[in-house]
Write a protein that binds this ligand. Structure first.
Ligand SMILES: NC(=O)c1ccc[n+]([C@@H]2O[C@H](COP(=O)([O-])OP(=O)(O)OC[C@H]3O[C@@H](n4cnc5c(N)ncnc54)[C@H](OP(=O)(O)O)[C@@H]3O)[C@@H](O)[C@H]2O)c1
Length: 288
């Protein structure tokens, strides 16, 4: 299978490349400005560059993981968020439609407003952030493309493989150093570890299901609970974790309370895919 993966230089992209390395698929990997071989830089906002590189790759499947993924950055620069997340995705969707390539978009639980929790694919998105709104618009462009699939992932966690610390690395570092760590006790997600997310996306890339699918971990956890579990796995005192309400933290955009995902459709379609519990994934990732 000829697979094109975008966002290969990102946190998730690095885990995807590691998994893809174990297959005999013919992989073309695109990055943004941080890429290095084996990925090639292709700026999604440059339509001509995308078209030329797409035609050279002749993908049968496109796993579209690239995005302006920082909620804060999207809020600061909504035009750029629109160009990368929406226009970039539309361009890929048009190219995929014209060549009958199967397009798989990596989307997010942050398309929901968090009032309900345990969201199914039938629930209506109502994003609270620029990031969520651009991802929802990208979803619409992809879902209008025949044979395509949108996989909404929950919060992803795991050590960075790309030398740029994410929230997980920062938490682990703070906990190991016994530094105070303030985490929300009223923001809930269904966290999923990067290796499992990468394997799930590869299973989806190889399958023929279409439409919308929710892919997340099996437990609905607050940020504080996640932090305490990380501390326990590291055998450090969780006493340095301070619980705070997200409502007490000033932010330019409201943070959704509970964007946990109901993943029963995904689990019934892929019963053979092992989905480790949060604690099990932590033990594997932290070598505990
Ligand atoms: N992390 C999470 O918790 C989470 C949860 C749910 C869904 N998601 C989705 O998962 C995907 C990957 O997220 P991530 O955490 O791996 O994000 P990330 O680390 O920020 O990676 C984003 C990727 O997109 C690329 N990119 C950004 N702007 C680009 C542009 N103009 N042209 C080409 N490539 C561009 C980046 O390239 P450079 O770095 O080389 O510029 C990078 O490879 C995103 O679609 C995100 O919405 C993430």
């Amino acid at each position: 299978m000829r697979l094109l993966v975008t966002g290969a230089s990102g946190q998730l992209g690095a885990y995807l490349l590691r998994e893809l390395d174990r297959t005999d698929w013919q992989v073309t990997a695109w990055s943004g400005k941080h890429g290095s071989a084996p990925s090639q830089p292709v700026n999604l906002t440059d339509r001509d560059a995308v078209t030329t590189a797409f035609r050279a790759a002749r993908p049968e499947v496109v796993l579209h993981a690239a995005a302006l993924s920082s909620v804060a950055e999207c809020q600061r620069d909504p035009e750029r968020a629109e160009r990368v997340n929406v226009a970039g995705t539309r361009c890929l969707a048009e190219l995929a439609a014209a060549t009958q390539a199967r397009l798989l978009l990596v989307s997010t639980d942050l398309v929901f407003d968090g009032r309900k929790g345990n969201y199914t694919e039938a629930d209506a998105p109502a994003p609270l952030s620029v990031y969520g709104r651009t991802k929802q618009a990208a979803e619409q462009a992809v879902l209008a493309t025949p044979g395509s699939l949108v996989a909404r992932l929950s919060l992803l966690f795991g050590p960075s493989l790309i030398g740029r610390a994410g929230f997980f690395d920062q938490q682990v570092q703070a906990l190991r150093a016994g530094q105070p760590l303030t985490l929300f006790d009223d923001e809930r997600r269904t966290p999923l570890d990067y290796p499992t997310a990468a394997r799930a996306l590869m299973a989806l890339a190889a399958a023929s299901c279409t439409g919308l699918l929710h892919v997340g971990g099996g437990e609905r956890l607050s940020r504080v609970e996640m932090g305490r579990r990380v501390a326990r796995t590291l055998s450090v005192d969780p006493g340095c974790i301070v619980a705070q309400s997200r409502l007490a933290a000033p932010a330019p955009e409201p943070r959704p309370a509970d964007t946990s995902l109901d993943t029963s459709r995904f689990r019934s379609l892929f019963p053979e895919l092992r989905m480790p519990s949060f604690d099990e994934a932590l033990r594997q990732l932290l070598g505990a």
